[in-house]
Write a new protein. Structure first.
Ligand code: SF4
Length: 275
C-alpha cells in the first residue's frame, strides 16, 4: 500500500485509558498481519470516538450511537474487510443500546470494542449508564442473555498484555466469520472519573481461574452474577463459542447483479409491487 495518509496524534488527556485500547488494537492487527488497506475502523461520538483517526487504516466517524448499524452495513457490503467498531459506554449503552442488543442477536462477523469509563468524558463527566454507584448497566450480562451471542470478553487497560491477547482473539473470531466479537474494556477517564485504583481492587481475572469454562454460557452467567453481587468486576474471556457460524446476510458487493442473468429475480421484485 502506498503511504498516502499519516494518522493524527491522539487528542486524549495524558493517562487516559484509551491509549491502552489503541495500543492493544494496533498490536493485535500487527499480530494477525492484517493489511491496513483491508481494515476499517469506525467509531461513535465522544473522546473514544476519535480512535479511528489514529490508526492509519480506513476510518469512519459514525453518528452518535449508530456505529454498530454502520459497521454492519460496511461488512455486509464487503465481507472481506476486517471491520472494527469502537466507542464509549455512553455512546454504545445509552443511545446505541438498541443496536447493541440486535447486533448480539444478528451476529455479524465484526468486532466491537467499548471503552467503558462510567461517564461522558467529552462533555465533562456526566453519568453514563455504567457509572458505579448508580443503577449500573452490565453489557456483559446483557450479551450472555442473548442466545445468539458468540464472543464476549472484558479487558482492563491496567493489564495491557491480556488486553492485546483479548483483542487478537476478538479479531480472530470475527475474521474467521464466526460472528460478532464483543470486547468491553475498563478504560478509566483520569480527568473526570479516575477509577484506576478502584478497578485495580475490584477486578478479578477469570483467565487465571482454571475452574472457569468460557465455553459454558450458563456457568458464565451464574459466575458473573455472583461476582457482581460481591462488587467484583470479572475480566478475561467471559464467553466464547469457537464453533459458531455467522448468521445469513445479504452480500451486495459479491452478489451477481447482472440484469442479463437475473431476469427472473428482477421480474419477481417488480411483480411484488403490482399486487
Ligand atoms: Fe480520556 Fe477522560 Fe480525557 Fe476524555 S476527558 S480524553 S475520557 S481522560
Amino acid at each position: 500500500m502506498t503511504a498516502t495518509y499519516r494518522p493524527a496524534e491522539p487528542i486524549w488527556c495524558a493517562g487516559c485509558g484509551h491509549f491502552g485500547v489503541e495500543a492493544a488494537l494496533i498490536g493485535a492487527l500487527a499480530d494477525l498481519d492484517v493489511p491496513k488497506e483491508d481494515t476499517l475502523v469506525l467509531a461513535g461520538i465522544g473522546c473514544s470516538g476519535t480512535i479511528q483517526n489514529n490508526m492509519g487504516t480506513y476510518g469512519y466517524h459514525a453518528l452518535h450511537g449508530r456505529v454498530l448499524p454502520t459497521a454492519t452495513g460496511a461488512w455486509e457490503a464487503n465481507p472481506d474487510l476486517t471491520v472494527i467498531a469502537a466507542g464509549g459506554d455512553g455512546d454504545g449503552y445509552a443511545i446505541g443500546m438498541g443496536h447493541l442488543i440486535h447486533t448480539f442477536r444478528r451476529n455479524p462477523a465484526i468486532t466491537y470494542i467499548v471503552m467503558n469509563n462510567g461517564i461522558y468524558g467529552l462533555t465533562k463527566g456526566q453519568n453514563s449508564p455504567t457509572r458505579q454507584g448508580t443503577a449500573t448497566l452490565d453489557a456483559i450480562l446483557l450479551g450472555l442473555s442473548v442466545l445468539e451471542t458468540t464472543f464476549i470478553a472484558r479487558g482492563f487497560t491496567r493489564a495491557p498484555d491480556q488486553l492485546r491477547h483479548l483483542t487478537t482473539a476478538a479479531l480472530t473470531h470475527a475474521r474467521q466469520g464466526r460472528g460478532f466479537a464483543f470486547l468491553e474494556v475498563l478504560s478509566p477517564c483520569v480527568t473526570y472519573n479516575d477509577t484506576y485504583t478502584r478497578w485495580e481492587t475490584e477486578h478479578i481475572d477469570l483467565d487465571t481461574d482454571n475452574t472457569y469454562d468460557p465455553t459454558d454460557r450458563s456457568s458464565a452467567f451464574a459466575r458473573v452474577v455472583a461476582l457482581e453481587a460481591e462488587a467484583r468486576i470479572p475480566i478475561g474471556m467471559i464467553y466464547h463459542d469457537p464453533t459458531a457460524e455467522p448468521g445469513t446476510f445479504p452480500n451486495p458487493a459479491t452478489a451477481d447483479i447482472d440484469p442479463a442473468t437475473n431476469t427472473d429475480t428482477y421480474a419477481d421484485i417488480v411483480n411484488r409491487y403490482r399486487i
